[in-house]
Design a protein around this ligand. Structure first.
Ligand SMILES: *Cc1c(COP(=O)(O)O)cnc(C)c1O
Length: 477
């Protein structure tokens, strides 16, 4: 399998060649030259497979430069009941992503049973094992540098803790995360995990990461890598649970299902788009945004207008508070018939702070072929949907999942099962659950006392030189 760039001006690469990288050398995102295909018969043959078996069946098509027995071992130690049992009945954790039926034709796909209680564990845990495998092959080491406002940083740290050859330097805004999120990250005591709290906002932390990454000489000398949402391995790991959910919700592989996906950077739903392109019988991909509705606006009107930081609202589904959807370029590449010249023209506008409008174009006229529909949800909708799920189905859902369920209920068809992706457990967002239900959400036993664990964090001013110094010190240079 060869990977090409959405901008069309980078040499094709293999899976292992793009594993540790971010953008392609022309600034584009990696995509397979062609999507692997699964026929109805092949799908039928996979019905009943375990999560790890399915992951192998799907990922071996994408990562064909990893020997089959190695890949089988990697997915086998990634997707285990022990890793994906948090807070839920262990009898169901062998499913890894159990499907919970809310009512006939309406299901919730549990993606948040991993160590940090959010769906990002699904891909990040695999990334940790893939990185360790790739580094062991060459004897190299890697310093992962990132900035987080909460979920991504903890998912990365839990995935990389104790991994040979990998060190993590994770910047977070000091005092801006919830006590639970803070405890989750800062209580890790592994020698290869470095929590750095920056006096400032998330954007200040992000600017430091950008400054270090733009220093190509430092980046090369210290083997700086990232695990952000554009990483291809993360996207393709997420394709697997669409297959798993499909088999759980159907009895025959000519039935169709729809998915509703709470979206921010378009990573999760991009995996759904890819699963559909691979032949999985998906009717609709329903994209749900919060008040930051840049993607809903596009799917309704054809206008893609990334917002300025100042125009980005801080909402009660904070992991979807994005101004620009970093994986969206992958979908638009397919939408414009994989014409890299057209794509470059559109992103020239985006990259210079502008917008593009596909309304009235032949591209936008074809958008129905891709199955996308969209909607948005507000704080009031979120509270109402959390209450509805509690009263009608007896389930407590988190604010992001509530955005997904709200839009799912508007867009579902009577004859097609609708699967809502659960992106986090409510325990991560106690304040909003209390506001909606008047009581705190249940907390998985393993996290009962997490705020009282000793914490390890270095608090610094927003200064690039200090971060460079910490990375150098970590290497013992
Ligand atoms: C990251 C995240 C999202 C958004 O997912 P994308 O892949 O960025 O679209 C939604 N909900 C939660 C809880 C998240 O952590």
């Amino acid at each position: 399998m060869r990977y090409i760039s959405t901008r069309g001006q980078a040499a094709p690469r293999s899976f292992l060649e793009i594993l540790l990288g971010g953008l392609m050398e022309d600034g584009g995102l990696a995509l397979p030259e062609a999507y692997p295909q699964f026929s109805i018969d092949e799908l039928e043959g996979l019905r009943g497979a375990s999560y790890a078996e399915l992951a192998f069946a799907v990922l071996s098509r994408f990562a064909d430069d990893i020997p089959a027995e190695d890949l089988r071992a990697i997915v086998g130690r990634t997707y285990t009941a022990e890793v994906y049992c948090n807070g839920r009945e262990t009898s169901r954790s062998a499913e890894i992503t159990p499907l919970r039926t809310l009512e006939p034709g309406l299901h919730l796909l549990e993606l948040s049973n991993g160590p940090t209680l959010a769906f990002k564990d699904m891909a990040m845990q695999l990334l940790g094992n893939l990185f360790e495998y790739a580094l062991a092959k060459t004897g190299a080491s890697l310093n992962i540098l990132g900035a987080t406002s909460g979920d991504t940083g903890s998912a990365a740290e839990y995935a990389m803790r104790g991994k040979k050859g990998v060190s993590v330097y994770m910047l977070s805004p000091w005092g801006k995360m919830s006590p639970f999120q803070r405890a989750q990250m800062y209580s890790l005591q592994d020698a290869n995990i470095h929590n750095i709290a920056v006096r400032g906002m998330f954007d200040d932390a992000q600017d430091i990461v950008k400054a270090v990454s733009n220093d190509l000489e430092f980046k090369r000398r210290h083997a700086i890598g990232t695990v952000n949402s554009i990483n291809w391995a993360r996207v393709c790991a997420q394709v697997v649970y669409y297959f798993k959910a499909y088999f759980a919700a159907t009895t025959r592989s000519d039935e169709r299902v729809s998915f509703a996906v709470p979206s921010g950077n378009f990573g999760n739903i991009c995996a759904g788009h890819i699963a559909r392109q691979m032949g999985l019988p998906i009717a609709k991909l329903v994209l749900a945004t919060n008040e930051n509705d840049v993607l809903d606006e596009f799917f309704r009107t054809g206008l893609y207008r990334p917002r300025k930081t100042a125009e980005t609202h801080a909402t009660s589904s904070p992991s979807m508070d994005i101004s620009k959807a970093s994986n969206f370029e992958r979908f638009v590449f397919d939408l414009v018939g994989r014409d890299a010249g057209v794509l470059r023209g559109l992103w020239q506008q985006v990259d210079s702070g502008g917008a593009f409008d596909l309304a009235g174009t032949t591209y936008f006229a074809r958008i129905g072929n891709f199955g996308f529909e969209s909607g948005r949800s507000t704080h009031a909708d979120r509270l109402a949907t959390i209450r509805l799920a509690d009263a009608k189905y007896g389930v407590t859902i988190d604010p992001h999942t509530a955005d997904g369920l709200k839009v799912a209920l508007e867009k579902r068809d009577a004859e097609v099962p609708m699967i809502v992706l659960e992106t986090a457990l409510p325990a991560k967002f106690e304040e909003t659950i209390e506001e909606a239900l008047g009581r705190a959400p249940e907390r998985p036993a393993a996290y009962a006392d997490i705020e009282s664990l000793p914490q390890a964090v270095e608090v610094i001013d927003a200064d690039v030189a200090v971060v460079r110094g910490l990375i150098e010190a970590g290497e013992g240079l």
